[in-house]
Design a protein around this ligand. Structure first.
Ligand code: CP
Ligand code: NVA
Length: 310
């Protein structure tokens, strides 16, 4: 039985039910198939998506823009620097105005609260395209990619090596909802947010998942199905880069760490990668890496989200 998601905001995976996540993944699979078969599918004819960016983007911008176009709609790129937001117009008034023109809003910004405020004052659905706290579209797409490769999610183990950042948080929420064991391995002081940990453990208790926080990468990757990593310095933290390079030096995903995991381990990264820092060329370009499949699947999964909520 399909769940009606029309008008739903996509702000955090924690807000989605397992049925809704399954529906997004199933729809993504259908849309990916349609695209590969060259089938035209325009459920969003005459619909528009505004995309507000306060931070840089390659994958999110292009996959949302192309996705809207492939669904028969239109996407507008709105650089926050060129909007009145930059000159002090509030998020709330921006939402009230944009809702009069658009059928959906995607926003990439710093403060997670800004996305919540935008959604509260918007009469059209709002999609979180990344905040300092969460990156739900990336992880929904990653769940799709893992399912595509392994035909299941429940019971799989994913070891995330690196900063307890927006990616770690969304992986915890996504894994917890879908019954995956998530091990977050971060240096002391860079562990995930305690409230996200608490909430994901509540979800995990419902699905039989485990959410573990450790600090030893070798221990973390034992009998894991997936090794995941992300940059050590996220957008907005550039002034900490030098210090972080030192702190995270033992947290690199390289061939010797891979040897500690099973032969069929999958290596994932949301990209962009800082090659030679959190991941080596040998690993990201090696046979275990599925990073470019992940990047492609942003398109199919976000098309599913758009078609379901607009
Ligand atoms: N993974 C991801 O969100 O990439 P962009 O920053 O290029 O959008
Ligand atoms: N943690 C990274 C993810 C980029 C997609 C950042 O926030 O910069």
């Amino acid at each position: 039985m399909a769940v009606n998601m029309k008008g739903k905001d996509i702000i955090s995976i924690h807000d989605l039910s397992r049925e809704e996540i399954d529906q997004i993944l199933d729809t993504a699979q259908i849309l990916k198939m349609k695209k590969k078969l060259g089938e035209i599918y325009h459920p969003l004819k005459d619909k528009t998506l505004g995309m507000i960016f306060q931070k840089s983007s390659t994958r999110t911008r292009v996959s949302f823009e192309v996705g809207m176009w492939q669904l028969g709609g239109y996407a507008l790129f709105l650089s926050a620097n060129d909007m009145q937001l930059k000159r002090g117009e509030t998020i709330a008034d921006t939402a009230r105005n944009l809702s009069r023109y658009l059928d959906g809003i995607m926003i990439r910004t710093y403060s997670h609260q800004d996305v919540i405020d935008l959604a509260e004052c918007s009469s059209v659905p709002v999609i979180n395209g990344l905040t300092d706290l969460l990156h739900p579209c990336q992880v929904l797409s990653d769940l799709f990619t893992v399912k595509e490769k392994r035909q299941r999610l429940e019971g799989l183990k994913l070891a995330y090596i690196g900063d307890g950042n927006n990616m770690a948080h969304s992986l915890m929420f996504g894994g917890a909802k879908m019954g995956m064991h998530i091990v977050i391995c971060s240096p002391s002081g860079f562990e995930p947010d305690s409230e996200i940990t608490r909430l994901s453990r509540i979800d995990a208790a419902q699905t039989g998942a485990n959410i573990e926080i450790v600090d030893d990468p070798v221990q973390a990757v034992q009998s894991t199905d997936i090794i995941y990593t992300d940059v050590w310095t996220s957008m907005g933290m550039e002034e900490e880069q030098e210090e972080r390079l030192k702190t995270f030096s033992q947290y690199q995903v390289n061939s010797s760490l891979l040897e500690q995991a099973g032969e069929d381990v999958l290596v994932m990264h949301c990209l962009p990668a800082h090659r030679g820092e959190e991941i080596t060329d040998e690993v990201i370009d090696g046979p275990r890496s599925i990073v470019f499949d992940q990047a492609e699947n942003r398109l199919h999964t976000q098309k599913a989200i758009l078609a379901l909520i607009i």
